[in-house]
Design a protein around this ligand. Structure first.
Ligand SMILES: C[S@@+](CC[C@H](N)C(=O)[O-])C[C@H]1O[C@@H](n2cnc3c(N)ncnc32)[C@H](O)[C@@H]1O
Length: 256
């Protein structure tokens, strides 16, 4: 995603024929509150800085708006925003925009770049998420007692589109033109020594927490502990992961 964001910033800042922007507004939709909350907007801010430094021109002011659902832990996000604001080149002003990105969040024509990761899309090429989720719940069912009736009535079907399907959906909808689309296996970037059962259990949690909590109540700590224990007991992490390779779709769109 880094190179895509950097590419968009270069295009935005050096758009021939238009005035150089005097301010740039960047938003992240579904920023969450962990260490990744500022990851994408920081890439954009650094790219703006690098671009204007290269041409020895003053940077435009940058406004960074972070969005997530109102239940998100924005206190933590706000504390981390201080690091962005400390930068004086470019001058960065920050704000929080709570609400669903399915509703209106910004005034019209006010945002230059919108970033979002792991919120709209995540794709598994060879195995559907439904299968993976079923398997995780089976794991939980075997090692940790949950209500059998609840377990049997759990049906969490999810469809996540392939690159081709996504392209067709975007083209059919018509609001955006596709600048670039890439398929990426995030595991190629992961240091193998960091690829532990705990990290994999956390990954499953980030994918399925909302549906699991909705059906079973807040059982996520037990869920993660049990999944982790199962992988450790059976030593099956590598095997499990080899069976279900997955891909992330990275997409750059421009307003049509
Ligand atoms: C898996 S996390 C991804 C967090 C971060 N973007 C990342 O890549 O690590 C998904 C985030 O999207 C948020 N989210 C889900 N639906 C949303 C919606 N309709 N509007 C705003 N945020 C939403 C969730 O609250 C959650 O924080």
């Amino acid at each position: 995603m880094k190179s895509l964001i950097e590419g968009v910033i270069v295009e935005l800042c050096s758009n021939a024929g238009t005035l150089q922007p005097r301010k740039i507004v960047i938003a992240d939709l579904g920023c969450s509150s962990g260490p990744n909350a500022l990851a994408l907007v920081s890439i954009a801010v650094n790219a703006i800085h690098a671009h204007y430094l290269q041409f020895q021109q003053p940077s435009p002011e940058v406004s960074v708006l972070l969005n997530d659902l109102p239940e998100n832990d924005f206190n933590t996000v706000v504390k981390s925003l201080v690091t962005l604001r400390q930068s004086n080149n470019p001058v960065v002003l920050t704000g929080i925009t709570p609400g669903s990105f399915y509703e209106r969040l910004f005034t019209s024509e006010s945002v230059h770049l919108i970033c979002s990761s792991n919120t709209y899309i995540g794709s598994q090429r060879y195995e559907s998420d439904a299968t993976l989720m079923d398997r995780s719940c089976c794991i939980t069912h075997r090692l940790w007692c949950i209500d059998k009736e609840k377990f049997d009535s759990f049906y969490g079907l999810m469809h996540e589109p392939s690159l081709k399907e996504l392209r067709e959906i975007i083209q059919e909808e018509g609001s955006f033109s596709i600048r670039e689309m890439r398929e990426h296996d995030p595991r190629t970037d992961i240091n193998k020594t960091l690829s532990t059962p705990g990290i994999f259990a956390g990954f499953l949690r980030s994918l399925f927490e909302p549906v699991i909590v909705q059906h079973f109540g807040y059982v996520m700590d037990e869920f993660v502990r049990t999944v982790e224990r199962r992988y450790i007991l059976e030593g099956s992490l590598q095997e499990e992961r080899a069976k279900c390779p997955y891909a992330m779709l990275v997409v750059s769109l421009a307003k049509a």
